[in-house]
Design a protein around this ligand. Structure first.
Ligand SMILES: Cc1cc2nc3c(=O)[nH]c(=O)nc-3n(C[C@H](O)[C@H](O)[C@H](O)COP(=O)(O)OP(=O)(O)OC[C@H]3O[C@@H](n4cnc5c(N)ncnc54)[C@H](O)[C@@H]3O)c2cc1C
Ligand code: FES
Length: 218
């Protein structure tokens, strides 16, 4: 884990989302599903983001602007600098025989990198509109559905499911495939176990998602 100030290389729009490409410096991409804390200049708290894409010289993050922190990050332009800490937390287990990626909305953010590491397995991705579904172009071998159709309708049994998306989607996936690997979310202030801000109750136990997750397996 390292903390570095890196420069924005490009800010690209993908439907309603922003793909922020930054120069990689000495940062390691880590395991898909791990996350980084991104801090825009002048912001008090950093924000957790999954790694979307990694190349030799760049790291890229797919971001949905939903509040002040994400809006500040999405407003960064080429040449702007931001602080990045990571990789953090536990990513997906990659020792799976029949992977199926299941994603919803901005939950597809870690899938381009995950797909690359797993050799482009099938993916089923759900979005709330065709505009949001433009993000599916980043994930090879993806079948897409748009609401009111739900992503769980595209799932087939007998596969090793790796899922990321809104909580109701994760709960529905878990009901169908109890062994699925699920990437959970909670607001995070530190990202490395110090503040307890990310503690959530899962199956009756309090877990700090930043150190015990964000990916949890049953
Ligand atoms: C491990 C991890 C990886 C993530 N990866 C990505 C990613 O790749 N791309 C992306 O766009 N977003 C990602 N997120 C979510 C992102 O961190 C939040 O959207 C962001 O922190 C919101 O900050 P804000 O200041 O823009 O909005 P805020 O003003 O902080 O929040 C706006 C609203 O969203 C709620 N909220 C904020 N954060 C979360 C959260 N984490 N879970 C549930 N509700 C929340 C708040 O309660 C509030 O209602 C990830 C979160 C986690 C924990
Ligand atoms: S974000 Fe601080 S303990 Fe998890």
């Amino acid at each position: 884990m390292r903390r570095e100030r890196r420069s924005v290389v490009a800010n690209e729009k993908v439907g309603p989302y922003t793909l922020l490409r930054v120069d990689r410096g000495g940062l390691e991409p880590g395991i898909p599903g791990q996350f980084f804390m991104l801090e825009a200049p002048g912001r008090l708290l950093p924000r957790p983001m999954s790694l979307c894409l990694a190349s030799a010289g760049e790291l890229a993050f797919l971001i949905e602007a939903i509040g002040p922190g994400t809006r500040a990050i999405c407003a960064l332009e080429p040449g702007d600098r931001l602080a990045i800490l990571g990789p953090l937390g536990n990513g997906f287990r990659l020792d799976v025989d029949r992977p199926l990626l299941v994603g919803g909305g901005i939950g597809v953010a870690p899938f381009p990198y995950l797909s690359e590491r797993l050799g482009c397995p099938p993916a089923v991705l759900g979005f709330r509109s065709d505009w949001h579904a433009e993000a599916a172009a980043l994930v090879p071998n993806a079948e897409v559905c748009v609401e009111p159709r739900l992503v769980t309708e595209l799932m087939a049994p007998g596969q090793d499911v790796l899922a990321c998306g809104p909580e109701p989607m994760l709960e529905a996936v878990r009901r169908l495939i109890p062994t699925a690997q699920l990437a959970w979310e909670a607001p995070m202030a530190c990202g490395y176990g110090a503040c307890y801000g990310c503690a959530v109750e899962i199956d009756g136990t309090l877990k700090r998602l930043c150190v015990e997750g964000p990916v949890l397996c049953s």
